[in-house]
Design a protein. Structure first.
Length: 99
């Protein structure tokens, strides 16, 4: 199984567009910036057939430390936001079909 990095993805976008890699990089960065800006402002990003990105709020909670001087003791993890992704039906079906 290979790892597809941002540069590889930009190259594939450029090939699909029939343009140089620099144009693929510009296009990919534009899309990623739009997604980042939407999530930062609290919006949900839905790409039909691919999936949905959203900012999720995680409550403060107590967890047991597994390393360091506090190993075994309860440690408080503060409330924070994280990015969540839910795969769309087309993406999920194509991944399931490959396995």
């Amino acid at each position: 199984m290979a790892t597809l990095r941002k540069g590889d993805l930009a190259l594939k976008v450029a090939e699909k567009l029939g343009s140089p890699k620099s144009q693929g990089d510009v296009a990919l960065n534009a899309v990623l910036d739009c997604i980042r800006e939407a999530l930062t402002s609290g919006d949900r990003v839905v790409i039909t057939g691919f999936g949905a990105f959203e900012s999720r709020r995680v409550k403060e909670r107590q967890v047991r430390a597994i390393r360091g001087r506090q190993a075994g003791q309860k440690v408080t993890v503060p409330a924070h936001s994280r990015v969540g992704f839910t795969a769309g039906s087309d993406l999920a079906a194509s991944v399931r079909g490959k396995m």
